[in-house]
Design a protein around this ligand. Structure first.
Ligand SMILES: [Zn+2]
Length: 299
């Protein structure tokens, strides 16, 4: 049993969320401040919110977007926050006097989501967390740890170029899954409603012709994404997270409808029972910050 406390911090483009947790992962305190761009501001904000959490944390974990080098504690190329490079692990660690671990934000959210739905997950089970945010990426957790791969690109399924519409992607390829299934791309394909996905679903259900067309593109891409991670990683569960998961049950329904259409002509696909393995992430909770606390060093 771990009697120590940990701080977890989730840095987004607009806000910074933090939690203080005990060794069992129970949340003891929470906090939130607006994010300010610039490396020096981000460093100061991390130090300030970690101190504000109180308690006696043994270590701190921080989840961030961009290129995150967890081994060396360095983050690079966070466009939203105007950061080229920041040695966050070392600099925040020196100021706070405890080890500070940096982690990719999708991986941190994956750890947090798995911890909050762990009653269904065995120790050896693999869980895939799909982050439908500005972009699309997967965090893959096995035995309570995130998979990293050879270059850290493990789970970058958003840039698999398979979509027949061949829209241009930020990465320079065409037809990436991200161009039809991320929150950012749905907002581009359906620039009505705030948020756009519930509006798109409602108008498609009402029979609007253009809405039906866009709905079909997004639905097809979502089912492709689920199949890619299901067949590549064969996880126990596929957890739907990120901003688009706030759509709730209608998001799951739209994926299941397409999977069932495909299953009708494929024994193979039906045998995988994919609809049974889908879950919504508990997006009303600060899963990114909780997961960052779980990523904090235990030594
Ligand atoms: Zn791409």
């Amino acid at each position: 049993m771990d009697n120590r406390q940990y701080v977890g911090i989730d840095i987004g483009g607009t806000k910074i969320e933090a939690v203080l947790v005990d060794g069992e992962g129970n949340v003891l305190n929470t906090g939130r401040i607006p994010a300010r761009p610039g490396a020096q501001n981000v460093l100061e904000d991390v130090i300030a919110i970690a101190r504000r959490m109180g308690g006696e944390p043994a270590a701190v974990g921080v989840g961030l977007p961009g290129q995150v080098d967890s081994v060396n504690g360095v983050v690079r190329d966070i466009v939203n926050l105007d950061i080229v490079e920041l040695e966050l692990g070392r600099e925040a660690g020196e100021a706070l006097g405890v080890p500070v671990q940096v982690e990719n934000d999708v991986n941190a959210a994956a750890l947090g989501a798995v911890a909050l739905i762990d009653d269904e997950i065995g120790a050896d089970d693999t869980v895939v967390f799909l982050n439908f945010g500005t972009g699309l990426a997967a965090g893959v957790v096995r035995d309570g740890r995130v998979e990293r791969g050879h270059s850290g690109a493990y789970g970058e399924v958003g840039h698999i170029p398979v979509d027949p519409n061949k829209y241009l992607c930020n990465c320079g390829q065409r037809g990436c899954l991200e161009t039809v299934t991320s929150g950012g791309s749905v907002a581009k394909l359906w620039p009505e409603g705030d948020p756009p996905l519930p509006d798109l679903i409602a108008k498609a259900k009402a029979g609007d012709e253009h809405a039906l067309e866009v709905f079909g593109i997004v639905q097809h891409g979502l089912a492709d994404t689920v199949q890619v991670v299901a067949q590549a990683y064969d996880p126990r569960l596929i957890v739907l997270g990120g901003g688009m998961a706030k759509t709730g049950r209608p998001l799951v329904d739209m994926i299941v409808e397409e999977l069932e259409r495909r299953e009708a002509t494929s024994h193979f696909l039906k045998s995988l029972h994919l609809p049974d393995r889908l879950r919504l992430a508990p997006v009303e909770q600060p899963i990114g910050a909780i997961g960052a606390a779980l990523a904090a060093p235990r030594v």
